[in-house]
Design a protein around this ligand. Structure first.
Ligand SMILES: O=C(O)CCC(=O)C(=O)O
Ligand SMILES: [Fe+2]
Length: 344
């Protein structure tokens, strides 16, 4: 049983030929302007997904289907997915650019998340509820600058969120099962770092694993949240509905509630530091990456020294993807059904 749980599923890496990329770009560029990713992403996701799927060859379609059905591969990397000609300058202050020319790339990511089986959604309490998170060096204030340029140690998104398997109540924070990144610029090839959970589990002893599975941990919000939401009595490793193990992790936001719980967490931290199995995913403009937020950890090298704020800085768009069943049980905003409301 344990052996099976620790087996590492392959990552899925696909590179589209230029003619397919250009056809997808054209189809998405010609989507009616009435689609708005911040007001009704669900309609846009469906429209974009069907246009993309029509243009993919059967092999690529079945690889995406495999990722969707099994939910075990750490990530799906789709290279050369969309054109990035005519994009506006990289924003410098955490907000979306005024012009809409980046929306084709956002639509592409929404379409891919949909094909991967996830519902795109955001939290009202994170970055003002925006669906598309701009990942780029920001200089609006000191805190934003530090958050957006520092090296990111391995973590999972929304560490203070329950898993569907915890049976959260409506209004409690739920961690997204996946999230997508699409690259618009990456002039210095700064990698997104990825570590499949299986590579960590194979180095953990049974006693530590047992401790990590106990509901003896407390987590608080990541720095992109507008308020601090603390959840208690959660585990680090959780049995998922597909029989595998999932992880929630952040070195700074997750704490053990007693000494043995914290010691087990420290062992994970030691394993994650300079782990030789780390995969550097250098996203090029037009590449999309869907990361399974249960079966892998991710991070990033520092961009502190390379940020120039001249409109050409590294720029990714990030969108969360939720399991359809878990999403249907969440409290949402009446006017924008993709915005998740959390209890006071
Ligand atoms: O900048 C990156 O490559 C990843 C950043 C990150 O961890 C995130 O957006 O959640
Ligand atoms: Fe992250």
């Amino acid at each position: 049983m344990m052996k099976n749980r620790k087996s590492c599923q392959p990552n899925i890496v696909i590179k589209l030929p230029n003619d397919i990329r250009d056809s997808i770009s054209e189809k998405l560029y010609n989507l009616p302007a009435s689609y708005d990713q911040e007001r009704d992403p669900a309609s846009l996701a469906i429209a974009a997904a069907s246009r993309i799927a029509d243009l993919l060859d059967p092999c690529t379609q079945s690889q995406i289907l495999d990722f969707r059905e099994k939910r075990q591969s750490p990530y799906l990397l789709l290279r050369n997915f969309i054109s990035t000609e005519n994009i506006p300058p990289t924003p410098t202050n955490d907000t979306s650019p005024d012009t809409d020319s980046w929306r084709v790339q956002a639509a592409a990511l929404l379409g891919l998340l949909h094909l991967s089986g996830y519902v795109a959604a955001s939290f009202q309490d994170e970055m003002g509820g925006r669906l598309c998170h701009m990942v780029m060096p920001a200089k609006n204030d000191e805190k934003s600058f530090l958050r957006s340029t520092k090296m990111l140690n391995f973590h999972t998104e929304v560490v203070n969120g329950y898993f569907g398997e915890d049976f959260p109540e409506c209004g409690q924070t739920v961690s997204p099962e996946a999230f997508g990144l699409i690259c618009l610029r990456n002039p210095n090839g700064t990698p997104t770092t990825v570590l499949p959970l299986a590579k960590v589990l194979e180095k953990l002893d049974e006693e530590t694993m047992t401790l990590l599975m106990k509901k003896k941990y407390t987590a608080c919000s990541q720095s992109s949240f507008d308020r601090n939401i603390i959840i208690r009595n959660i585990s680090v490793l959780n049995e998922l509905s597909n029989g595998t193990l999932g992880i929630r992790y952040s070195h700074s936001k997750l704490k053990g509630q007693d000494e043995s719980a914290q010691l087990a967490l420290n062992k994970v931290h030691a394993l994650l530091t300079d782990n030789p199995e780390t995969i550097n995913v250098n996203l090029n403009p037009g590449d999309a990456l869907i990361l399974n937020n249960r079966s892998c950890l991710h991070g990033r090298s520092a961009i502190t020294d390379s940020a120039t704020f001249d409109g050409l800085d590294r720029w990714l768009i990030r969108i969360y993807g939720f399991d359809r069943g878990a999403f249907s049980r969440m409290k949402k905003m009446e006017s924008m059904k993709h915005v998740i409301l959390l209890n006071e």
